[in-house]
Ligand binder design. Structure first.
Ligand SMILES: [Zn+2]
Ligand SMILES: [Zn+2]
Length: 345
């Protein structure tokens, strides 16, 4: 299971009684949704939950992620600087839309791995040019590392570093920020309900009625937009509270997001990784269902798609040997017939 930060499965299991998400529950779900038994790609959903009353109880190592607020850095010795998240249209510092933990259990260099999605809050910037108003950053560490596993010492060191972050930075832990943070929420994860899970034999061939997401690509031009939109809505209805869809699931090699319109993003439109030249694949999708939590009428989208290096390559350290950062890409997609707006950096 991917959506638990900070550690390989073994280490996390040892830490279970320390108050993290119970990994037994995750494993049980994984069995239930065995790859061989279903005929559609597995998708993990993200749901908005209230933050713990005491913010310090929100634990980056075990959390799926969070919406809004100021970033909680995977490595607080190596925060991003405001210039890393400057809107190229209005030159203001972007705000954190959300951060997600997505550890890679197969690559030790990314055993702890987080993605941060920033967006410009200036009215009109996102609509005008998503490429300039969205920024995705990937960072990762080995595990164990300086902050994991949890001991009094490693936790104290994290707290010390977080408290010492530059108070005038828009990205510090102090709320003296030019980029107003959006309201902060925790993110919980659950598997997408399987539409035909009531069938007695889930291994039986799927009825060939469906309208899988792939059909969106072949929809004809007259009805294409409506059809993609309908499929989108239908799929959302399985769990209307979902705000995120996670696609980086073991065993799913070529995940397809939920297309908001019939004009899909072809692999050739997605730039390859600048570091290792691997292709990028969709890792997660942010849905407009998130907007009601943001209380921000001037910020709007129907769907945001985040593509990351499929090879999840090592990231060179920054100056001074600090944990490095890699820029990934985001696209904004709307229901309108105008289709996809390119949203790279
Ligand atoms: Zn802007
Ligand atoms: Zn790469």
């Amino acid at each position: 299971m991917q959506l638990r930060g900070g550690a390989s499965v073994e280490v996390a299991d040892e830490e279970e009684e320390a108050g993290g998400e119970g990994s037994d529950a995750y494993e049980a779900e994984e069995d239930e949704y065995d790859d061989d038994e279903i005929d559609e790609d597995e998708v993990e959903l993200g749901l908005v939950k209230p933050m713990p009353a005491n913010r310090d109880e929100w634990d980056i190592d075990f959390a799926v992620g969070k919406v809004g607020g100021v970033p909680r850095w995977l490595d607080p010795r190596a925060p991003l600087a405001p210039e890393d998240v400057e809107c190229a249209t209005c030159h203001k510092t972007m705000a954190l839309l959300l951060q997600v933990n997505s550890p890679d259990d197969e690559r030790p260099h990314a055993a702890a791995r987080s993605l941060y999605l920033f967006a410009c809050r200036s009215p009109g910037c996102l609509a005008k040019d998503p490429a300039q108003a969205l920024r995705v950053w990937r960072t990762q560490m080995e595990s164990p590392n300086a902050f994991f596993p949890h001991t009094d010492e490693t936790q104290k060191e994290r707290k010390r570093l977080e408290d010492a972050l530059e108070p005038n930075s828009a990205l510090s832990s102090k709320p003296s920020t030019p980029a107003r943070p959006w309201p902060e929420f925790d993110i919980g994860a659950e598997p997408e309900p399987y539409e035909e899970s009531y069938l007695p034999d889930p291994a039986a061939p799927a009825l060939d009625n469906e309208e899988g997401t792939e059909d969106a690509t072949s929809a004809d031009t007259k009805t294409g937009v409506d059809r993609a939109f309908l499929q989108f809505q239908e799929r959302l209805e399985r769990e209307p509270k979902q705000v995120l869809r996670f696609y980086r699931i073991p065993g799913v090699d070529d995940p397809q997001p939920l297309w908001a319109s019939s004009k899909t993003i072809s692999p050739s439109e997605v730039p390859t990784c600048e570091l290792c030249r691997s292709e990028r694949k969709v890792e997660f999708q942010v849905l407009s269902t998130l907007l009601s939590s943001l209380s921000d009428d001037s910020f709007e989208f129907d769907s945001l798609l985040v593509y990351t290096c499929a090879n999840n390559c090592a990231i060179p350290p920054r100056e001074g040997g600090k944990t490095g950062w890699a820029c990934e890409v985001a696209f904004k997609q709307d229901f309108a017939a105008e289709g996809v707006k390119f949203g790279q950096r």
